[in-house]
Design a protein around this ligand. Structure first.
Ligand code: SAM
Length: 305
């Protein structure tokens, strides 16, 4: 019977030949998935035999990976902000860099709930995740707020223009026990009937159309509507920013994930809004400016974040 070590060696060679830049990691993850074990167990037990069914499943997975399909779609799962999300071709695979958006949103909500006394009857903090995809941002945030017992004081809406993505997001919400907390709506950006919101979160498509065509082959398996931000990458974000005067409450914030080189352009778009708005760009852990904080002036605001 073939062993884990033998399969890892031969599959790594095959995946490298097919163009994978993470051939060994891919092989470990896919073999772990095929035998129903963690990657760490695969690494720790090279002499363990692999049964016929698992070897067949692994071979099928390898063929898909050799064709360029992302490991996350083959395994059907992607970890994001410490949670396992179901993923498939209905929606973008959540990226690690988007975890910053969730962490900042959690910080923002906690500040809003704790910086001033909240008497009975104080309205909930109204949050919307625009372009929710697999639901990663809204669901991870809801899970964090649940752990802090803050859910009763927020409302969370998650919007996407893709019915397929929303179906997947709803499945993930059930899987993470927040289906009663997050409301999912199909709409183009912000539904006119909802809002205004205190916090708008958005990881919308921001890659220029011409660059989408040059992305690694794995991206071709993801929905184009999740990636393609139009000629300069900012077509969708520009429309969202234009809607902020109607959609964002006084004192509200919008957190927008952007391309590392789009900060000045997004700042200029926000500067064109009428009234009191500010925009600062936050760097991610690797120092790349990736998160725009767009804030609307409040008439009264206490404390600082
Ligand atoms: C980059 S993906 C992000 C998905 C998810 N928020 C995440 O971070 O993994 C962008 C999402 O925006 C959605 N989208 C694109 N244009 C939209 C629009 N005009 N209105 C609503 N959603 C839109 C896409 O369907 C896609 O699910």
């Amino acid at each position: 019977m073939t062993t884990i070590g033998e399969l890892l060696k031969s599959s790594t060679t095959r995946l490298r030949a097919s163009g994978s830049e993470s051939a060994r990691l891919d092989a470990e993850l896919l073999l772990g998935w095929a035998i129903g074990a963690e990657r760490t167990a695969v690494i720790a037990h090279p002499d363990a035999p692999v049964g016929a069914d698992a070897a067949t499943a692994f071979e099928a997975a390898l063929v898909r990976r050799e064709a360029g399909e992302p490991v996350a779609y083959i395994r059907g799962i992607k970890e994001f902000h410490g949670l396992a999300f179901e993923v498939d071709r209905r929606a973008l695979i959540p990226r690690p860099e988007t975890e910053l958006l969730v962490s900042e949103a959690e910080r923002e909500v906690a500040w809003r709930l704790t910086s001033a006394p909240r008497s009975p009857g104080t309205p909930n903090v109204r949050i919307v995740d625009v372009g929710t995809g697999s639901g990663a941002v809204a669901i991870a945030l809801a899970s964090l707020l649940a752990a802090r017992r803050m859910l009763p004081e927020v409302t969370i809406l998650a919007v996407d223009s893709s019915a397929d993505a929303l179906a997947l997001a709803r499945e993930n919400a059930v899987g993470h026990a927040v289906a009663d907390t997050v409301e999912f709506v199909e709409a183009d950006l912000l539904p006119a009937t909802e809002g205004p919101f205190d916090l708008i979160l958005a990881n919308l498509p921001y890659i220029p159309s011409a660059e989408v065509d040059r992305l690694p082959v794995a991206a071709a398996f993801e929905p184009r509507v999740a990636l393609d931000g139009g000629p300069d990458g900012l077509a969708v974000i520009r429309r969202l920013v234009a809607s902020l005067p109607a959609a964002l409450a006084a004192g509200g914030s919008a957190l927008l994930e952007i391309g590392f080189d789009q900060g000045p352009a997004v700042g200029a778009i926000v500067a064109g809004l009428p009234g009191g708005w500010s925009c600062r760009i936050q760097a991610d852990l690797s120092g790349r400016p990736r998160l725009a904080h767009v804030e609307r002036a409040a008439t009264t605001r206490t404390g600082g974040r």
